[in-house]
Design a protein around this ligand. Structure first.
Ligand code: ZN
Length: 239
């Protein structure tokens, strides 16, 4: 049975370096993998988050292009989240990752019915909520009940893989830099900011949660003396 890998990209560091890890460790051929992005833009207007989604999509596209691949865009407009965001700008997208796991499993089952499909996600330990190793384990059990199985039920047809689910962002950054040029190119093209940069000279704002996590990741890398890396990100504010 052929084996496929679907890499879910968010435009950020974690998902793209997770893809890099699997592609390089398994020495995957370009024909055996694809990059997927969930476009969460809703038709509901007047929400700043929507612009950031567009920016994330652009970053995911350029990261896929580094591997000489196109980005498959799947629309998943979370209208209820957009509505909540309009009422309260701090509304959190609960269950977002669970939706991505379910939607990508459905996509895999429909598009690759004769292949074993590995869906690779960029969950990291400090993300919490539904981006955890426990969710991955339980979801892989759920898949056995919810999706078809091959070989009389002995082969799992779809499997979720989260190579950094027990690691932190700084571990991912260290891994990226150990991979050399490709790791650094990915980091430069990734986008972590919750804004789209239009109000910040095209730069990361430097103060939202996404930017703060990114900065902390780089700062924690420097604790180890053998890796002295400067954060290549352009931040609008350095606080
Ligand atoms: Zn930001």
């Amino acid at each position: 049975m052929s084996e496929k890998f679907l890499f879910l990209l968010s435009g950020g560091i974690d998902s793209s370096i997770s893809a890099l890890k699997i592609i390089s460790e398994k020495r995957l051929d370009k024909r055996d993998y694809s990059f997927i992005f969930f476009d969460r833009r809703s038709k509901i207007s007047g929400i700043k988050t929507q612009a950031a989604f567009k920016k994330e999509k652009k970053s995911a596209m350029s990261i896929a292009n580094l591997f000489d691949k196109e980005l498959t865009i799947l629309k998943l407009p979370m209208d209820w989240y957009a509505e909540a965001k309009k009422r309260n700008s701090n509304a959190f997208p609960h269950g977002r990752n669970t939706l991505f796991l379910a939607a990508s499993s459905s996509y895999a089952a429909i598009n690759f019915p004769k292949s074993k499909c590995n869906i690779v996600v960029g969950f990291v330990e400090d993300e919490g909520e539904d981006a955890t190793d426990e969710v991955v384990k339980k979801f892989n059990i759920l898949i056995r009940f919810a999706f078809p199985l091959h070989n009389g039920g002995n082969d799992q047809f779809i499997k979720i893989i989260a190579p950094f689910s027990k690691k932190n962002k700084h571990d991912i950054l260290k891994y990226a830099y150990k991979k050399g040029k490709i790791g650094q190119q990915i980091i430069k093209k990734s986008w972590s900011c919750y804004a789209d940069g239009s109000e910040f000279d095209g730069k990361h704002c430097g103060s939202c949660v996404g930017c703060l996590k990114r900065k902390t990741g780089f700062r924690m890398m420097n604790i180890e003396r053998d890796i002295e890396i400067m954060d290549p990100t352009h931040y609008f504010s350095c606080h």
